[in-house]
Design a protein around this ligand. Structure first.
Ligand code: NI
Length: 175
């Protein structure tokens, strides 16, 4: 893969992060093949372990993930993903988001999920995930529905975190 230019990541409270993305159709093939490597480059540069198209202002149902557990890249591109099964068991883990830089909170989600999606070549795929990958897949799928991890928190915690983000971004703008 050739080096791809990175794209600017939208930050909260950009309203484009709140839009529901539309399904990728046959006519989007070229756009998606162009987009995926740029999304991966943007995610790696951030650095992050997941990035959804709405975070770069594209309202298509696609996201990229790489937990970067080993030194070698292991990118996944998920097109039109949907959850087909989830565990009753809940797992709580700390989450962050490239659209809310520097902000972290514990989020409760189903511990295991099964997700169906299309890969970049259009092939149907299904994966079962647990642990960090399960949380990551659910977090990125949320982005396609205009949902952010802070929406899973109490109003009190959410508002605290959003105020801190606004303050951090103001301070950064003054640098
Ligand atoms: Ni995110």
């Amino acid at each position: 893969m050739t080096a791809s230019a990175t794209l600017p990541i939208l930050l909260v409270p950009d309203t484009r992060l709140r839009a529901k993305a539309r399904a990728v159709g046959a006519a989007d093939g070229d756009a998606v093949r162009d987009l995926a490597p740029r999304m991966l480059a943007t995610m790696y540069a951030a650095p992050g372990i997941g990035l959804a198209a709405p975070q770069i202002g594209v309202t298509l149902r696609i996201f990229v993930v790489d937990l970067q557990k080993n030194e070698a890249p292991d990118p996944m591109v998920l097109v039109n993903p949907e959850i087909t099964a989830e565990s009753e068991a809940i797992a709580v883990r700390e989450e962050g988001c490239l659209s809310l830089p520097g902000q972290y909170a514990e989020v409760a989600r189903p511990a295991r999920v099964r997700m169906r999606y299309h890969d970049l070549g259009g092939a149907k795929r299904e994966i079962e995930a647990e642990g960090l990958l399960a949380a990551c897949l659910q977090h990125e799928l949320d982005h396609l529905n205009g949902v952010l991890f802070v929406d899973h928190l109490s109003a009190l915690k959410r508002n605290m975190l959003l105020r801190k983000l606004a303050k951090d971004l103001r301070l950064k703008a003054q640098d």
